[in-house]
Design a protein around this ligand. Sequence first.
Ligand SMILES: Cc1cc2nc3c(=O)[nH]c(=O)nc-3n(C[C@H](O)[C@H](O)[C@H](O)COP(=O)(O)O)c2cc1C
Length: 323
Amino acid sequence: MKTRITELLGIEHPIVQGGMHYVGFAELAAAVSNAGGLGIITGLTQRTPELLAAEIAKCKSLTSKPFGVNLTFLPMVNSPDYPGYIQAIIDGGVTVVETAGNNPSAYMPQLKEAGIKVIHKCTTVRHALKAQDIGCDSVSVDGFECGGHPGEDDIPNMILLPRAADELDIPFIASGGMADARSLVAALAMGAEGMNMGTRFIATQEAPVHQKVKEAIVAATELDTRLVMRPLRNTERVLTNAAVERLLEKERTLGANIKFEDIAPEVAGVYPKVMIDGDLDAGAWSCGMVAGLIHDIPTVKQLIDQIMQDAEQLIKQRLAGLY
Ligand SMILES: Cc1cc2nc3c(=O)[nH]c(=O)nc-3n(C[C@H](O)[C@H](O)[C@H](O)COP(=O)(O)O)c2cc1C
């Protein structure tokens, strides 16, 4: 399958693995790239630019195919060393960067100068148009279904993707709720040039996370996610557990007076405990509604091959057969 995204990124299949905190290590990124998609290392999971440089080098030793690095621009008290991370990406010869969160315009000239393709992940048409204006090569359009941060507008992909298609000139990738060939074909029908998956890639053999995390995703249904931190305008879709229910109770009782410190026990420093130690109830961790469509833990290659094979059947038989 050839689309504007496979051409832009130099990949075989129009499938991208979104950056994921404490999941997007070299092992997973390389497995996705080796299977013909685009794997992405999560920049900020590496505590320093030097550690990111080492992770990039590791990924290069595991694949000769293109892969990307995610840089998430968060509102933080102590801002990470973004210039250092950007330099590590450029020096490491990475060809694609997935930006997310705040506007990446401050770093665009440097990234473009280095010939890096920039995909900005965003949750509104407004932000997608801004990304196009500042020179991004592509956007990942993340619908309300998505695991992680869906923004505050709550527009699901059945509306968001065709809206993006109507407004954008640059190619876009459908993200949020994508799991299989049906997702890919539907995304293409709505004007996307590929799909981005997060939660689905966690439940794979190569994802370097605790087995319990993968099993929790397989066990979960589409009813098991919750939105937390909405009162702080930092909404995150997470898998429910005791800590999440406690957090939601605090949101109900504290109302508009809630501050980050009130919920820090449920959200700060949670990811290593969950992803590495398998302590699933340590706090709130991102997971998409798409968990309801995930029933197995295949290898990344099995997953991607199956998607591409089923997509061909869907398009050539089911859809073509309607005429
Ligand atoms: C556990 C987890 C961690 C994530 N961490 C990040 C992150 O650090 N930066 C980011 O831009 N997106 C992050 N995301 C969002 C994904 O990159 C992707 O956009 C999202 O998972 C797509 O929705 P899906 O889960 O329905 O496929 C995370 C998602 C999950 C499930």
